[in-house]
Design a binder for this molecule. Structure first.
Ligand code: SIN
Ligand code: CO
Length: 388
């Protein structure tokens, strides 16, 4: 997409302007980001999802058995009928993976890397319902789906911001409002990480949260070093063949630190391994149990495609690609594959196309590597047959 064309979703500014002025920096209210938006899911359907075993859902009841009572799904149908008339919220995670029309909303965010997107969470709130004033550690676009919600934003927070005493929820003890708006269907509010916010339902309302993800520095370090250690032998150790006689045997001297730093730098600077780890890490599925495929061989796949089969991306799979010298790396749901550079257009197609079939795969099916790649992705569960 052209980063210099005004985007309706961003209120008429360009993707470049949004990234320069707002992304990770400050909030942006966009009236009618999606004009005349009609929620593809209604409150009853959302409640239906919250009954399912494999779907993550929560209920937050402001005046429940205790203040801000948290219940975790799956829920039984009769639980909803026992709720108060007002002041509760049902939150359902990753609806994009279960309702294709919700997944399609993510097409609006193609100006950001898809591997930064976490999920589309949808909340239903009864009048007065809210999850309390809080902050999140990630960027979020809050799209109003149905009814009205009154949003207040406040101060920038951090780990020292005082919280209410609560075993599971991080509700701010002190909210210093700076701005507020009432959002109607199609309106959207972008919030950068750590900005305090508080959304209260004016009437029955549905809010879509398009949430982003970024690994913490601690995660990067622990996961990358774990990954690296798989490639290291026990024989590779701290060495000091260059050691000088010590004046005090109990002292750890500067030269030991320098040797450690050199050891770390040698491994940390391997860009290829860093890229491989990062691509695998960022494409790990949220629900790995939903990314499974059938046994299949290249010839069987070709046969099915020739007979009109359509492959679609598993909505629970994550895909990304990158370049390494002349070659390419495809990351699919936590795994990586090194592929020849000539497969570039196939990789882009696999990552972006809604459907793969004989017409758009064309000559790739005659390419042994191309056909094999498709077969591996089906076996892994990142691609699946449309009618399955
Ligand atoms: C909500 O939809 O009620 C909460 C979303 C959020 O504040 O992150
Ligand atoms: Co939030």
């Amino acid at each position: 997409m052209n980063p210099d064309i005004p985007v309706q979703l961003l209120g008429g500014i360009t993707a470049r302007e949004f990234l320069r002025d707002y992304w990770q920096k400050k909030p942006l209210l966009i009236r009618q980001a999606i004009p005349d938006f009609e929620s593809p899911i209604d409150p009853d359907e959302l409640a239906g999802l919250a009954l399912e075993e494999e779907i993550e859902s929560r209920l937050i009841i402001e005046n429940g058995v205790r203040p801000w009572e948290l219940r975790r799904g799956p829920f039984a149908e009769d639980e909803f009928s026992k709720l108060p008339e007002t002041e509760w919220t049902l939150l359902v995670q990753a609806v994009d993976q279960f309702v294709p029309e919700v997944g399609e909303l993510l097409d609006n965010f193609r100006f950001l890397p898809s591997w930064r997107i976490d999920d589309v969470m949808i909340s239903y709130a009864a009048p007065g319902g809210s999850v309390g004033p809080h902050f999140d550690n990630y960027d979020v676009f809050l799209l109003q789906g149905h009814g009205k919600r009154h949003w207040k934003i406040g101060q920038m927070c951090d780990t020292d911001s005082p919280l209410l005493e609560h075993a599971d929820l991080r509700i701010l003890a002190d909210f210093q409002g700076t701005d507020e708006w009432t959002l109607e269907p199609g309106d959207m509010l972008y919030l950068p990480p750590r900005l305090a916010h508080w959304g209260v339902a004016v009437d029955d309302c549905l809010t879509y949260s398009v949430g982003f993800r970024a690994p913490s520095a601690a995660e990067v370090l622990t996961h990358f070093t774990d990954f690296l250690s798989q490639f290291m032998s026990d024989e590779e150790r701290y060495t000091d063949a260059d050691a000088q006689p010590v004046s005090d045997p109990h002292q750890i001297q500067r030269d030991a630190l320098d040797r450690l730093k050199a050891l770390l730098a040698e491994h940390m600077s391997d860009e290829r391994l860093l890229l491989t780890w990062f691509g695998q890490f960022m494409t790990e599925p949220r629900y790995p149990e939903l990314v499974v495929g059938p046994e299949l061989d290249d010839a069987e796949l070709l046969d099915s495609l020739e007979q009109g089969a359509i492959l679609i991306r598993n909505p629970s799979a994550r895909l990304a690609w990158s370049e390494v010298d002349e070659d390419l790396l495809l990351f699919a749901s936590g795994q990586s594959r090194l592929l020849p550079g000539r497969l570039r257009e196939l990789l882009k197609l696999v990552c972006s196309a809604d459907a793969l079939h004989i017409d758009n795969l064309g000559h790739w099916l005659a390419d042994d590597d191309g056909r094999h790649l498709l077969c591996e992705l089906v076996k892994q569960g990142s691609l699946g047959f449309a009618d399955e």
